[in-house]
Design a protein around this ligand. Structure first.
Ligand code: PXP
Length: 241
C-alpha cells in the first residue's frame, strides 16, 4: 500500500492565529499516528508562519513514526536538520509572499549547491528528497544532485478541472514517476490531494508515498483527525492494492 505521511503544518496555522498553545501539532500528529500512518511531515518556513522550531524539536522527539522535514535549501534550515536528524529532508522552493508552495524546486539551476547540501545530509544518514514538478529535465537534474527520492508536485493536477487537461497532467505525472524509477530514485507525491483526487495518484504503481496536509486538517474540523485520516487511508488502500 502507498504510504501516507500526514502534514500537520495547518494545525500550527490555527494556533498561530492566536499565538497560544492550542491546537498543538504534536498532539494532532500523535492522534494521526494511532490510525496507522507511516509518518509526519512538517514544513519549517523561513517566516515561521505556522510550524516553529520548537514544534519540529518536540515532534521529532516524540512521534512514534518517521519525520519528513520540508525546508528551503538554505544554511539555517540545513543546520537545524543536521542537529535534529529527521528520517528525511525534503527540499522545497520558498517565496515569502506565496500562500503555499507554488511549484517544484528548480533543481536544474542549482545542482552544485544541492550536491553540497546532499553531502552533509547523507553524512548524518538522513534521506534526501527533492520536491519537483513532473518535468523530465528536473528529474534528470535530481539524479545529478544525488537525490534518494523525488516528490512529484501534484499542485497543478489538483487545481485542474478540464478533463482533457487533467488527463494530460496525470500522464505527465505517470511518465515522471516511471522516469525517476528508471533512474533508481524513489517516487513520492503531494500537494492539494483530497478524497476525490487522491485515487488516481495512489494507483500509480511507482508512487510509494504521499504527503497530505491541508485537506486532512480541514476535514478534522468536521470529524476529528483520526476519522479524517482513517478515511484517507482507506481510499489510498483501495486505490493502491
Ligand atoms: N508536499 C510538499 C512539498 C508541500 O510543500 C506541501 C504543502 O506544505 C504538501 C506536500 C502538502 O500539501 P497539502 O497541504 O496541499 O496537502
Amino acid at each position: 500500500m502507498t504510504r501516507l505521511f500526514v502534514n500537520v503544518d495547518h494545525v500550527a496555522t490555527i494556533r498561530e492565529a492566536r499565538k497560544i498553545l492550542e491546537p498543538d501539532p504534536l498532539k494532532a500528529a500523535l492522534l494521526a499516528e494511532k490510525v496507522g500512518i507511516d509518518g509526519i511531515t512538517v514544513h519549517l518556513r523561513e517566516d515561521r508562519r505556522h510550524i516553529q522550531d520548537d514544534d519540529v524539536r518536540l515532534i521529532s522527539q516524540n512521534i512514534n513514526t518517521k519525520l519528513n522535514l520540508e525546508m528551503a535549501a538554505i544554511k539555517e534550515m540545513v543546520d537545524l536538520a543536521l542537529e535534529l536528524k529527521p528520517y528525511q529532508v525534503s527540499l522545497v522552493p520558498e517565496k515569502r509572499q506565496e500562500i503555499t508552495t507554488e511549484g517544484g524546486l528548480d533543481v536544474c539551476s542549482q545542482i552544485p549547491e544541492l550536491l553540497e547540501i546532499q553531502k552533509s545530509i547523507k553524512e548524518k544518514n538522513i534521506l534526501f528528497s527533492l520536491f519537483v514538478d513532473p518535468d523530465i529535465s528536473q528529474i534528470d537534474a535530481s539524479k545529478q544532485a544525488k537525490a534518494d527520492s523525488i516528490e512529484i508536485n501534484t499542485g497543478r493536477y489538483s487545481e485542474l478541472t478540464d478533463p482533457k487537461e487533467l488527463e494530460e497532467e496525470l500522464l505527465r505525472i505517470r511518465e515522471a514517476a516511471l522516469h525517476a524509477t528508471k533512474l533508481e530514485m524513489r517516487v513520492f507525491a503531494g500537494h492539494g490531494l483530497n478524497y476525490d483526487n487522491v485515487q488516481a495518484i495512489a494507483s500509480i504503481p511507482e508512487i510509494e508515498e504521499l504527503n497530505i496536509g491541508h485537506f486532512l486538517v480541514a476535514q478534522s474540523v468536521y470529524v476529528g483527525i483520526e476519522k479524517a485520516v482513517k478515511m484517507m487511508m482507506q481510499i489510498i488502500k483501495s486505490a493502491s492494492t
